[in-house]
Design a protein. Structure first.
Length: 273
């Protein structure tokens, strides 16, 4: 199975599916992460050119840990719009990779780059199979499945959840590669730079605590589904990544969660034992 994770900035795909990506790679699935911008606005001190280079290096280091392909588009941070040019650029990369499953931001998110990334991904649906669109790249024979990354199950949607306890420490190390964000920019935006530890060991503990809260919340919000999928063991799962169908692309029905394109395998890769 080919899985493409499309985020707005370098580190966004890692946050949405970093744990799942590593579990998928263990099971032989291919994963391509895409950042729609170069992330060159996410710092309070660095110049844009230097920051873009640094964030590219950080993303490549993270990709090495996850064993995934990682593409970073040249669009400037905070300047992404759902233009025809950007749509065709994304269609081109999608057709090259031939994804079976696409994961992206939900349409309503806090950052405009996140929202426009989601819109661009939505706009590729159906067009991926149209030969006249971006004719220089062979169209896909069928649309992929599309999922949004979510913290809670969505009503009237098919929801999926992956336990990531077994790879949690590796996901923390993935975030650790994004030093400009985890230890500089994000703490600065929250006026908490003075809380960032100095040593690597303490930084990893800090990251696990800071970033873990959201994944703990996700596991708790998806608890019923975790128990349904994993039995009594689902009660003790601590960290999870959650998803819901986007109602575009190839359509899922509930039975597809155990039949379609080995999605049962997609669920089982979250083996928490």
């Amino acid at each position: 199975m080919n899985i493409m994770v499309i985020g707005a900035h370098p580190d966004d795909p890692d946050a949405m599916f970093g744990g799942g990506a590593m579990l998928c790679r263990e099971h032989g699935h291919s994963v391509c992460m895409v950042s729609m911008t170069n992330g060159n606005a996410g710092h309070h001190e660095m110049r844009r050119t230097e920051l873009a280079k640094r964030r590219h290096e950080e993303a490549m280091a993270a990709a090495k840990i996850m064993d995934v392909e990682y593409l970073i588009m040249s669009v400037n941070d905070c300047e992404l719009f759902p233009t025809l040019e950007n749509r065709n650029m994304l269609i081109t990369e999608m057709r090259k990779f031939k994804p079976d499953l696409i994961i992206t931001h939900p349409p309503c998110d806090y950052h405009p780059d996140h929202r426009y990334t989601s819109q661009l991904v939505i706009d590729t649906s159906y067009l991926l199979i149209v030969p006249a669109i971006v004719p220089e790249i062979r169209p896909l024979t069928e649309n992929p499945f599309y999922f949004f990354s979510v913290d809670s199950p969505m009503s009237n949607m098919i929801n999926a959840v992956l336990p990531i306890d077994r790879v949690w420490n590796k996901k923390v190390k993935v975030w650790h590669q994004h030093e400009s964000q985890m230890y500089e920019w994000l703490p600065w935006t929250r006026k908490k730079l003075d809380e960032v530890p100095k040593t690597e060991v303490e930084k990893l503990k800090y990251l696990s605590s800071q970033r873990g809260a959201r994944h703990i919340k996700t596991a708790n919000n998806f608890r019923d589904l975790l128990i349904c999928e994993f039995g009594e063991g689902g009660k003790s799962i601590r960290y999870a990544e959650g998803f819901c169908t986007a109602n575009i692309g190839k359509k899922l029905i509930q039975d597809d969660l155990v039949k379609s394109f080995s999605l049962s395998d997609f669920l089982k890769i979250g083996d928490f034992k």
